[in-house]
Design a protein around this ligand. Structure first.
Ligand SMILES: Cc1ncc(C[n+]2csc(CCOP(=O)(O)OP(=O)(O)O)c2C)c(N)n1
Length: 320
């Protein structure tokens, strides 16, 4: 795709919001910022498909809803199947001349539990069949809505209620699953990573994901102050540290081509900007135990893991 997509803040501020205030998500939660930015990136008719999780539960407390667009609730397992069905119905209605819109955006929002674990098979099926929709994973790295249980997206060493840090284990004993790479392995037209702190980069990626013909997948980091144990005012700072330490690099895979974007591209060009992963870990209570002398080796292990993935990305993007 050529030409850079640019969003004008003044113009965006005039757009009617598609996620309305008054929902019950926690102060400091990144998920509503992600949803708002994503929905702001398009002014076409939009249908939202939501897997169960914090975003869904806290925005639709009966008899109210915060969604100012058509929205459908899903079980954990089937958000991507529902999106596939919606796309197929629209195609069929268009063929019969019974659908009035030329272009409709179908966006799935699902958490890490609903994506890495429970909804993975329906996601993989939808990607393989090539349905035209955008799947946005908001990754708060645990099953937060039910009380901070570990998921396939929880990183090594993180405390959760089902990977408690103590004498027996030092938090989660496995690394995070490479979910965006799994999406890339399906050779779909568009895959990207994003954070709400790098908002222009995120919105551009949403727009690209909606504009391609076929499935698109965006992995958005969604810090959770309750589960990650940081102050509610620090959400955006935590996103920035995730990117500055290369814990969460920003990249896109567009029609077979890899590219680093935004701050990650700047770090690739000037490696002195890369901060040690400790900077990201130390601001979060879920990693507090890692700073005890007996657990320091885990910080080294996390650093090695981060470095290996970063080096690999530099090669994939042709920078090395
Ligand atoms: C099959 C199934 N198992 C368990 C639940 C209970 N449940 C509802 S929301 C949720 C946590 C969702 O975690 P995640 O997808 O990471 O989203 P988050 O709540 O963190 O935003 C769980 C376990 C369910 N609804 N369905």
């Amino acid at each position: 795709m050529s030409g850079k997509i640019v969003f004008n803040i003044r113009e965006l501020a005039k757009r009617p919001p598609k996620l309305l205030p008054g929902h019950r998500l926690c102060a400091g939660c990144a998920a509503p910022i992600i949803a708002k930015l994503a929905l702001l990136a398009t002014d076409r008719p939009t249908i939202v498909v939501n897997a169960t999780g914090c975003l869904e539960v806290a925005t639709t407390i009966f008899p109210y809803t915060s969604w100012n667009v058509p929205w459908i609730h899903n079980a954990f397992e089937n958000a991507a199947s529902t999106a596939s069905g919606i796309e197929a119905v629209i195609k069929a209605l268009k063929k019969k001349g019974k659908y009035k819109y030329e272009n409709v955006d179908i966006i799935v929002f699902a958490g890490d539990g609903g994506t890495y674990d429970i909804g993975l098979q329906s996601l993989s099926g939808a990607l393989e069949r090539g349905h035209d929709f955008l799947y946005i994973l908001y990754d708060n790295e645990a099953y937060m809505n039910t009380g901070i249980q570990r998921s396939g997206g929880t990183p090594l060493g993180a405390w959760t209620t089902t990977s408690p840090a103590g004498r027996v284990i030092p938090g989660k004993t496995q690394h995070k699953k490479p979910i965006a790479d799994i999406a890339v392995a399906h050779r779909i037209p568009y895959v990207a990573t994003a954070t709400p702190a790098h908002w222009m980069d995120f919105m551009r990626k949403v727009r690209k994901g909606l504009d391609v013909n076929g499935p698109a997948f965006i992995h958005a980091l969604s810090p959770c102050d309750r589960g990650w144990r940081f102050d509610t005012s620090e959400t955006i700072e935590v996103c920035k540290l995730a990117v500055d330490t290369c814990y969460f690099p920003l990249w896109e895979f567009e029609n077979g081509e890899w590219r680093l974007t935004d701050r990650s591209l700047a770090i690739a060009r000037n490696p002195r900007l890369k901060k040690p992963v400790e900077e990201f870990l130390k601001v979060q209570g879920r990693f507090k135990h890692l700073f005890k002398p007996e657990n320091r080796h885990l910080i080294e292990e996390i650093q090695r893991h981060v470095d290996a993935i970063w080096e690999d990305l530099l090669e994939r993007t042709g920078i090395k």
